[in-house]
Write a protein that binds this ligand. Sequence first.
Ligand SMILES: [Fe+2]
Ligand SMILES: [Fe+2]
Length: 137
Amino acid sequence: MFKWKENFSVNVKKLDEQHKEIFNIGNFVYDLISMKDDIDRFDEIMQALNKLRNYAKYHFETEEKLMLEHGYPKYEEHKHQHDSFIAKINSLDEDAIDEDQRKVGLDLIMFIANWIEQHILRTDMEYKEFFNKKGVY
Ligand SMILES: [Fe+2]
Ligand SMILES: [Fe+2]
């Protein structure tokens, strides 16, 4: 489902590794909801949601710290996007209480797909050259 490719690279090793982990979490959820049996996997989906929230926080902090260290000019708007992703994950968590697991799983997958497309491939990509010029790889 989510396949990391070389052209997704932001050319900073640890950030690429972290992005790959986000793809892994997406694939884990995709596998869970693709199973055609009727086994309840709500707990696993909720665990994945928690993992994603914790990992997102950790990853955003890594990027933001690096941006501050090197005086990245678009720090504020970038951080703003991070903050809205965290808010969105928290709202998924609240929705999950009343929703069925398939819906929560699908929402989670849509959320990750959107994150990859709108943020990693666009907003994150904008720091690639900046960091490389500062000697950060
Ligand atoms: Fe990122
Ligand atoms: Fe980012």
